[in-house]
Ligand binder design. Structure first.
Ligand SMILES: Nc1ncnc2c1ncn2[C@@H]1O[C@H](COP(=O)(O)OP(=O)(O)OP(=O)(O)O)[C@@H](O)[C@H]1O
Ligand SMILES: [Mg+2]
Length: 245
């Protein structure tokens, strides 16, 4: 689904990504983790077609990325909701833009509100919602368009520990109900291990390590020793090499 080869990105004279290569299979999930400033958001922007690299090749679904793609959804850190529109309007807007008839639009919005447990907020405005509720609206808005690739930048970073886990559980449930390729950026080792079938560890614009996580999809994973074993492994890779610097 995603094939990235030798991707290099500069902002002015600063190199943000340095010869990054990886592939992500269709309908699998991938978590990107690494310290602040290592290039995670930059990589997501490139995949979303919002940023052109200096060099390298990127394809999504076999097609080279050349600008914004209709079936790719991007959820940014600040959710990107329209403050002057209600929850309902925020979710339905993309469907309207695509010319869906009103009945179909209502049906999709209703069912997605129900699935994400945000029906009772449908007439509210984003500023009347908590961070976790806003994040669910942002996900609802993306899923309404049935993307085959969902890109998320730190989906739970602004949330408290329990809301974070609820959102992570919700993402796994949604993924199981609607298989799609998911690529998410996170600062949290636990989140990466819970949500990533593949865990990409980045540092200073480069990929340090890619781990496969066979335990993805187990909703009870946090209560198991294997979860902590992989977390520890990720932590060790993230810290490896630091002493040389
Ligand atoms: N628009 C920009 N102009 C100039 N430099 C930028 C710009 N955006 C990012 N950078 C620089 O590129 C590097 C990578 O930034 P990026 O936002 O991709 O990091 P990140 O891994 O997402 O960090 P964080 O975890 O803090 O969100 C950083 O050194 C940053 O200062
Ligand atoms: Mg970032």
């Amino acid at each position: 689904m995603i094939d990235v080869k030798n991707l290099t990105v500069y902002y002015g004279s600063e190199r943000a990504l340095d010869d990054v290569s990886f592939t992500i299979e269709k309908n699998t999930t991938c978590a990107i983790i690494g310290p602040s400033g290592c290039g995670k958001t930059t990589l997501l922007y490139c995949l979303a077609g919002l940023l052109a690299p200096l060099s390298g090749n990127m394809t999504v679904g076999g097609q080279p990325i050349s600008g914004i793609r209709l079936d790719t959804a991007l959820i940014l850190q600040d959710y990107g909701l329209f403050p002057w529109k209600t929850v309902w309007k925020n979710i339905s807007l993309g469907l309207q833009v695509r010319g869906l008839d009103k009945a179909k639009e209502n049906q999709i919005v209703e069912s997605i509100l129900r699935e994400l447990g945000i029906e009772k907020y449908k007439k509210k405005y984003p500023m009347e919602l908590s961070g976790g509720q806003k994040q669910r609206v942002a996900i609802a808005r993306s899923l309404a368009l049935k993307p085959d690739l969902l890109l998320m930048d730190e989906p739970s970073s602004a949330l408290d520990a329990i809301t974070k886990e609820h959102l992570q559980n919700l993402i796994v449930k949604l993924y199981k109900a609607h298989p799609m390729t998911i690529m998410m950026v996170t600062h949290s080792i636990e989140e990466a291990v819970f949500l990533g079938q593949k865990i990409v560890i980045m540092d200073e614009g480069k990929i340090k390590m890619i781990l496969d996580n066979p335990h993805f999809g187990d909703e009870d994973l946090r209560n198991k020793q294997e979860f902590y074993n992989i977390c520890l492994k990720v932590r060790q890779y993230m810290n490896s090499g630091d002493q040389d610097e």
